[in-house]
Design a protein around this ligand. Structure first.
Ligand SMILES: *[C@@H]1O[C@H](CO)[C@@H](O)[C@H](O)[C@H]1NC(C)=O
Length: 212
C-alpha cells in the first residue's frame, strides 16, 4: 500500500512537471508562419522590452466605413509579446450609429469595458438561443463566452470607445453577414440554407461585395 502511494505521488509529480513551462515567454517570430499553437519563439537574446509593449491602441480607428465602427487588434500578429500567453486585447471605436455586426470568436472568450459613450451589447446562447441584452455605460463591463454569436451597437448620440480583452492570443473573428454575403456563396444556396429572400440576399451581396 505504502509502495503504491509512493508511485502515485511520483506519477503525480511527473504529470505536473510535464505541463510546467520551461521558458518564461515565447515572443512571436513574425517572420515564420503561425501554427495551431501560435508563432514560433524569437531567440530570447533578440527579445527586447518593445516586444512586451504595444502603442497601436492609443489612436482611434477609422470609422468611415459601412459599419461606422473600427476594431483595432493587438493580437499575436500585431503584438508579438502575447504569443503563447493566451491573452490579447483590441480597441473598439463606434461612431454614432456604429455597429459591430453579429459575429463570433471561435477561439476565445471576450471581456469588454466601456471607456466612453453608451453601448448596447448582446449575446445569444447556442444551447437554447436565448438573447442576453445589456445597455452599457462608462465603466461597465460585459463578458461574451467563447464561440457564441454577439454584437455591439453604439446606442448613444456620441462616439463610443471600448476595450475588449480575449482569453486567447488570436481569438479569430467571423462576421455572420460577411460569411453569407461577402463571398461567392451562390445566392440560391444562401436562400436554401437561410430561408432568406433572393432579393434581400442580392441586395446584401451588392453592399458587402459578394458575387454569384
Ligand atoms: C478613413 O477611411 C476613409 C474610407 O476608406 C478614407 O476615405 C479616409 O481618408 C480615412 N481617414 C483617415 C483619417 O485615414
Amino acid at each position: 500500500m505504502k509502495m503504491y502511494l509512493h508511485y502515485f505521488i511520483l506519477f503525480s509529480l511527473l504529470a505536473a512537471a510535464s505541463t510546467a513551462l520551461v521558458q518564461d515567454f515565447c515572443v512571436a517570430d513574425l517572420s515564420l508562419p503561425a501554427g495551431p499553437a501560435g508563432y514560433p519563439c524569437k531567440k530570447s537574446s533578440s527579445v527586447t522590452a518593445d516586444d512586451f509593449a504595444f502603442h497601436g491602441l492609443a489612436a482611434a480607428g477609422n470609422t468611415t466605413n459601412i459599419i461606422s465602427a473600427a476594431v483595432t487588434p493587438a493580437f499575436d500578429g500585431q503584438f508579438p509579446g502575447v504569443n503563447g500567453l493566451g491573452v490579447s486585447i483590441a480597441r473598439l471605436d463606434l461612431a454614432a450609429g456604429g455597429v459591430i455586426p453579429i459575429h463570433t470568436h471561435p477561439a476565445a472568450s471576450e471581456i469588454l469595458v466601456v471607456i466612453e459613450g453608451t453601448i448596447c451589447a448582446g449575446l445569444i446562447s447556442s444551447f437554447d438561443n436565448v438573447v442576453y441584452l445589456k445597455t452599457l455605460f462608462k465603466g461597465d463591463v460585459m463578458v461574451f463566452p467563447q464561440g457564441l454569436l454577439h454584437f455591439q451597437i453604439n446606442s448613444g448620440k456620441t462616439p463610443a470607445l471600448a476595450y475588449v480583452s480575449f482569453s486567447g492570443q488570436n481569438p479569430g473573428l467571423q462576421i455572420t453577414d460577411f460569411a453569407l454575403f461577402a463571398n461567392d456563396f451562390p445566392t440560391e444556396l444562401v436562400a436554401k440554407t437561410t430561408f432568406l429572400d433572393v432579393a434581400q440576399i442580392k441586395k446584401l451581396k451588392g453592399v458587402l461585395g459578394g458575387t454569384k
